[in-house]
Design a protein around this ligand. Structure first.
Ligand code: GLC
Length: 442
């Protein structure tokens, strides 16, 4: 199924999307990711809009099945099949009174790509249909943004705080790993690590049955993430209760950049349908743009993640460093500076850009998940930002290189930035969908 070369990337991408289509939603990949994921479905809808607009709408609508009564959109909605009981049991979303009754979900969220996806789908509709599309999604979208500010910005500072690295979407990105090692490593995991017993964990992992272990997070990281998840579950995913004691909570740079863009998109939707947004939400949203400045470090000339607990910046450069371009609210001078980092051979200017962490990072490994490989969704976010800032030459180059990568190497989950070697799972939905979007077939 992955032999694309003869038919070209558009047909190959369509085949992957069809293969992973579960009628009302699309799984990220059939074996390793058998459920519906929040930001995956947003990227998928952005591609599907070129192929089948009704199916793109359905993809986003299906996400609302999982919405909690408090507005939270979970990062996963589980398949109800008997094969996946263990996944549902691991999260036990039903312990929380706000969780939906008819589907099992996770208890945490993922980057708020929904507003942008709704608008991108809307762009393909004539104004009257666009309005009714926006109207149908508006209440859920407002409730979601209200939940983000209500639960995840407790000091009303404008930056959303995340409770688990899975919420970042960049699961084992170095800022989260370094926080984890500092504040949240249970003693028994440290012991397992010292005694080199971590190989035992392989029996519990689905991902390493499908993808070589060297391309996934380590067993120690996976175990620590599982322990962190259990702590959230013990508090039935109640953000206030979790935040009152946690040492492991992060103001995530990527998430907040995406939130800034999502807020702008939400305003655009409200304007198009002539519905004023709630005053309180507007005030909350207004703080975020200004608050991004708190993540800027003038000495190193970079944006960083910040620990919610210590209030200190976490000095690890990652792909998120470039995402203020996608946020779109930083001054042109700053944007120019980020573009220099993007092109610099020592940092992000790899042969097959854009690596998920800079080439000079001590964490860098070309195959290790979010610690080196090039991912198509982050390329897409950077391209979208570059385009709005008018970096046309850079857009042309990165777009062409991204399309060469998927055309030559396949619709994989990620790729080595050094030689383009495909890694992770093959037939990955957002790679396929965003390829379709970059090809702009219609
Ligand atoms: C991994 C990724 C996450 C994605 C999920 C499903 O957990 O880190 O971003 O949503 O897989 O594709």
């Amino acid at each position: 199924m992955t032999k694309e070369a003869d038919t070209g990337p558009l047909e190959a991408a369509k085949r992957v999307l069809k293969h992973n289509d579960r009628r009302l939603w699309t799984v990220p990949a059939s074996d390793i990711y058998p459920h519906q994921w929040l930001w995956d479905s947003c990227f998928i809808a952005i591609g599907l809009r070129h192929i089948d607009i009704e199916r793109a709408k359905t993809e986003l609508n299906s996400l609302l099945r999982g919405q909690w009564q408090n507005g939270m959109l979970p990062n996963m909605i589980f398949d109800s099949g008997s094969a996946y009981r263990r996944d549902r049991q691991l999260w036990r979303s039903w312990l929380n009174p706000y969780a939906p009754h008819d589907v099992a979900t996770s208890g945490i969220t993922q980057p708020p790509m929904l507003a942008d996806a709704i608008v991108k789908v809307g762009e393909k509709l004539k104004l009257p249909q666009r309005r009714s599309w926006y109207k149908s999604m508006y209440p859920a979208l407002v409730a979601y943004h209200e939940w983000i500010y209500g639960e995840r910005d407790p000091h009303k500072e404008g930056l959303a705080v995340l409770l688990h690295p899975y919420e970042s979407g960049l699961d084992n990105t170095p800022p989260w790993i370094s926080e984890l090692r500092k504040h949240s490593m249970p003693w028994w995991i440290t012991l397992i690590e010292r005694l080199h017993l971590d190989g035992l964990i392989n029996i519990f992992r689905r991902d390493t049955r499908h993808v070589p272990p060297g391309q996934r997070m380590s067993n120690i990281e996976a175990m620590a993430y599982w322990a962190a998840l259990r702590r959230l579950r013990r508090k039935v995913y109640n953000s206030e209760a979790i935040l009152s004691r946690s040492l492991f909570a992060v103001e995530d740079l990527a998430f907040n950049c995406i939130l800034i863009r999502a807020n702008a998109r939400l305003k655009q939707i409200a304007k198009t349908i002539g519905k004023p947004l709630p005053e309180k939400l507007l005030a909350d949203m207004a703080r975020t743009e200004a608050a991004l400045e708190q993540l800027w470090d003038p000495d190193s000339g970079q944006y960083y993640y910040r620990s919610f607990v210590s209030r200190k910046l976490i000095y690890q450069t990652t792909i998120a460093t470039l995402l203020p371009l996608y946020a779109g609210t930083i001054p042109n001078e700053r944007a120019k500076h980020l573009v220099e980092l993007l092109k610099h051979r020592k940092y992000f200017g790899a042969s097959w850009p854009v690596p998920s962490i800079p080439l000079d990072s001590p964490y860098f490994d070309p195959y290790k998940y979010w610690q080196g490989p090039t991912w198509i969704n982050t390329n897409w976010l950077i391209l979208d930002g570059l385009d709005r800032y008018g970096f046309n030459k850079e857009v042309d180059i990165l777009r062409a290189r991204t399309l060469q990568l998927v055309s030559q190497k396949g619709m994989n989950e990620y790729f080595s930035p050094l030689n383009g070697q495909p890694a992770g799972t093959p037939n990955f939905s957002w790679t396929a969908a965003l390829t379709v979007d970059l090809l702009k077939p219609s």
